[in-house]
Design a protein around this ligand. Structure first.
Ligand SMILES: *[C@@H]1O[C@H](CO)[C@@H](O)[C@H](O)[C@H]1NC(C)=O
Ligand SMILES: *[C@@H]1O[C@H](CO)[C@@H](O)[C@H](O)[C@H]1NC(C)=O
Ligand SMILES: *[C@@H]1O[C@H](CO)[C@@H](O)[C@H](O)[C@H]1NC(C)=O
Ligand SMILES: *[C@@H]1O[C@H](CO)[C@@H](O)[C@H](O)[C@H]1NC(C)=O
Length: 379
């Protein structure tokens, strides 16, 4: 009897200990579990079951005077005459930073070559580089001098006097829509792009020509994020304090790396920014907030990438629009992706079969590099 009782106690004691171990491990990892699992479950449930973001209209609306104060920085460099022609297909605004001289140089001689687009693609495209001022005041003077020289040669820089930092990206977004409204409102489409991406201009222009012929409106396309949760870990680049955004799910938005809107949407977004609180610093999510307030939602295109990088293959080049993370190989990619052999590689029954097989292999296998989604293989 006595022995038994002791054994039972010992057993319970062990159970208790293991329970404690389990709970303390869970507690220690709670932030991870919460970040990786629960916040997504909460956010997706909200997006797909409830999907009402009308709190945005109430919480972000401020007076016109307060709202305009966010974007009121004087221009350091500007060209009001870049976009004077009547018929402009695309205004391409490249978000850059003062010190990225080489990236701009590479872009001008590849996917940002306006002469090429006019001659080869019969499209009037205006490429403008937008930026703020260098954040380091010791380097700012010298860099500004170099920028002026660059600008005298190319006349395509637009710069406002705010610090060009990650947390000022929404200010750069305001700059883009305001500049477009003032200087290029007639452009049929507006694209915002990072300076470290690759854009397959022939593919993009071809589809914009088609859309334009259809007279498309309310158009906003890119790599869409739906039901993303705000990041609450303080050490993350994308940390979002509860005071700034208290809800569990962001509205749908497109990756800031590259997205396109039609003329009417660009105008509405500009009007929306005149009454929204733009202190929300994540620029692509802020676009989502603008989208809710004007009642326009983004559409997904399988060959716009977010963080993803395109696999190197002609069957991909034939379809791709944007690809992320190209700094050193822009020249190479431009050459191979726009080579004449790429055109019609998937024409005919066997070509189609071959390219679909290649795309399935490249996009649907679980590689550990981010690229287009598997669905894109079948587009
Ligand atoms: C927010 O307000 C705008 C106009 O004020 C309206 O068009 C839009 O539908 C509203 N959005 C929501 C989600 O209520
Ligand atoms: C831009 O394209 C044109 C026409 O294809 C070409 O002649 C020119 O060299 C290109 N410019 C640059 C800077 O590469
Ligand atoms: C944004 O730019 C303004 C104006 O230059 C500056 O005062 C502010 O500190 C910058 N904000 C951040 C977060 O860098
Ligand atoms: C804008 O939002 C920020 C952060 O949520 C807040 O601190 C600020 O007071 C708001 N501005 C106005 C004018 O309401």
């Amino acid at each position: 009897m006595f022995m038994n009782l002791r054994r039972v106690r010992k057993c319970q004691f062990l159970q208790l200990i293991s329970m404690c171990c389990f709970l303390s491990t869970l507690l220690l990892c709670w932030e991870q579990v919460d970040h990786h699992v629960l916040s997504h479950v909460r956010s997706y449930s909200y997006r797909y079951l409830i999907n009402r973001y009308d709190f945005i209209n109430k919480s972000f609306r401020i007076s016109r005077e307060e709202a305009t104060s966010f974007g009121k920085f004087p221009y350091l460099l500007d060209h009001e005459d870049i976009c004077k022609e009547k018929d402009v297909l695309l205004l391409l605004l490249v978000k850059t930073s003062p010190e990225n001289f080489l990236r701009r140089w590479a872009i001008r001689s590849t996917w940002g070559n306006q002469t090429y687009m006019k001659k080869e693609l019969d499209a009037n495209v205006k490429v403008v580089f937008v930026m703020g001022a260098h954040p380091d005041e010791h380097k700012r003077g010298a860099i500004q001098k170099q920028l002026q020289i660059e600008d005298q040669t190319h006349k395509d820089l637009v710069q406002q006097d705010f610090l060009d930092t990650f947390h000022n990206l929404t200010v750069k977004l305001l700059l883009q829509f305001r500049w477009a409204h003032t200087n290029c409102a007639q452009a049929r489409f507006l694209m915002s792009a990072d300076d470290d991406i690759f854009i397959h201009m022939p593919n993009l222009i071809r589809s914009l020509h088609e859309l334009s012929a259809q007279g498309v409106v309310d158009f906003w396309v890119g790599h869409v994020y739906r039901g993303s949760p705000p990041v609450r870990r303080k050490n993350s680049k994308y940390y979002m304090p509860v005071q700034m955004y208290q809800w569990s799910s962001y509205p749908d938005y497109t990756a800031g790396a590259g997205y396109v809107v039609s003329r009417d949407v660009a105008a509405k977004i500009y009007q929306a920014t005149l009454s929204l609180n733009s202190s929300f610093h994540i620029d692509d999510v802020f676009m989502g907030i603008c989208g809710i307030s004007i009642g326009v939602s983004p559409q997904e295109h399988g060959y716009f990438s977010g963080e993803g990088k395109a696999p190197y293959h002609p069957c991909i080049y034939e379809k791709m629009i944007t690809s992320h993370g190209h700094v050193d190989d822009v020249g190479y990619l431009w050459k191979v992706a726009t080579a004449p052999e790429v055109n019609g590689i998937s024409s005919g029954f066997f070509g189609k079969l071959y390219c679909t097989a290649v795309r399935i292999k490249l996009l649907c296998w679980p590689y550990f590099t981010k690229t287009y989604s598997c669905k894109a293989a079948f587009l």
